[in-house]
Design a protein around this ligand. Structure first.
Ligand code: SF4
Length: 366
């Protein structure tokens, strides 16, 4: 058995850590590139969500490298993520691949457990007692690595905006993530994590006050830099601290509904979006709106809303956010990702947005 999983920001470090600690062989797809996107586009039609195409491209790459078991997260309606497993299974089968599929439920309930029962029966025969025995520790190790990755990414987002040389921050982030990925055991992990965070703290600063932006939107687009045109890094180089609305752990905590604090937080955010949306539209729509409201109260200079073209929940959010922007006097930049490479257009959009926020800070009325 060789499991595989799609790319989503630094999530691969979490998945690798789990597979390695539990002793389960795995295949890591190559990093997402234009080729990945083209593979997914070639085998689907244009109305399909962009994340589905890219995830499909990741799976084709992994199956070509010898993977035979696909692990994928699920979700409930109305977001189309809940249908990804069915669609991707059909497409891959039509392409001639044979594989097993395991859906990690978005919400842990009875339906979710029943969904995988056939595959789980087959997999049980292939897993050894050692795999079962090590699995709880594998989850802990994966989670710890994910926490370090997120702390490092947050620190880098803060430092990039004030660093004399933001490219140095990018280099240290890549180096730190690599060290976290390679760490074996808890002690070496905390050494690697602490060293990486400290190295970012040592970067020379300019002393200029940074702008503060909240990045909200569709989870996959927010978290995967190769898809969102690296908005976070580009803004950082323009002197903007980007606070991301979702990290992988946020999604797990919110989706699983097992974390009480997160459940309360979820309710609070839904309540905050209520003046604009009085029902749950699905996926991150209500959260995008609520976080923009929260951002305006917390003194952010602006909101960047990233989402794939044709994403139903976030297209709704975009319309609502234009009203929020006017009501609460906070600039909102919609960044719609489509199949075309945006090239320099994204830089022009971001530079104009930064100019607007800077002028507002200086007291000019816009
Ligand atoms: S949130 Fe949007 S892009 Fe993401 S799976 Fe759902 S519909 Fe597709």
């Amino acid at each position: 058995m060789k499991v595989t999983f799609p790319h989503l920001g630094s999530m691969y470090i979490f998945c690798k850590a789990m597979a390695e600690t539990a002793g389960i062989p795995y295949v890591l797809p190559r990093p997402t590139s234009n080729r990945t996107r083209e593979t997914g586009e070639y085998s689907t039609n244009e109305s399909v969500c962009l994340p589905l195409k890219i995830i499909l491209g990741n799976f084709v790459d992994a199956l070509d490298q010898g993977a035979d078991t696909i692990v994928m997260v699920g979700s409930g309606p109305p977001c189309r993520l809940g249908l990804y497993d069915r669609i991707i299974k059909v497409v891959l089968t039509d392409m001639g691949y044979s594989f097993r599929w395991l859906t990690i439920p978005g919400i842990f309930n009875w339906q979710a457990l029943l969904q995988n029962r056939e595959e789980a029966k087959v997999l049980r025969k292939e897993l050894t007692l050692g795999n079962y025995f090590r699995f709880p520790w594998a989850v802990i190790m994966g989670w710890k690595k994910m926490m370090w990755c997120e702390q490092l990414e947050r620190t880098a987002a803060g430092m990039r905006a004030v660093a004399g040389d933001p490219v140095e921050v990018d280099r240290l982030l890549t180096k730190g993530l690599d060290a976290i990925d390679k760490a074996q055991g808890v002690t070496s992990l905390s050494e690697a994590g602490n060293a990486a965070v400290a190295s970012l703290g040592d970067v020379k600063k300019t002393g200029r006050p940074p702008l503060k932006v909240l990045m909200v939107g569709e989870v996959y687009t927010v978290m995967e830099p190769s898809i969102n045109m690296d908005v976070e890094r580009r803004l950082g180089h323009l002197g903007v601290v980007v606070h991301r609305s979702s990290y992988f752990s946020t999604h797990i905590r919110r989706g699983s509904r097992l974390d009480r604090r997160m459940l309360k937080e979820r309710q609070r955010l839904l309540q905050m979006a209520r003046p604009y949306l009085n029902y749950d539209v699905g996926a991150e729509c209500n959260f995008s709106v609520a976080e923009a409201v929260l951002g305006s109260r917390q003194g952010y200079d602006g909101v960047v809303h990233v989402y794939p073209f044709s994403c139903m929940p976030e297209t709704n959010a975009a319309t609502v956010l234009s009203v929020v922007s006017e009501d609460l006097d906070i600039p909102v930049l919609p960044v719609v990702i489509d199949r075309q490479d945006m090239g320099l257009r994204i830089d022009t959009q971001l530079e104009a947005f930064v100019d607007i926020m800077t002028w507002r800070r200086q007291g000019h009325i816009i």
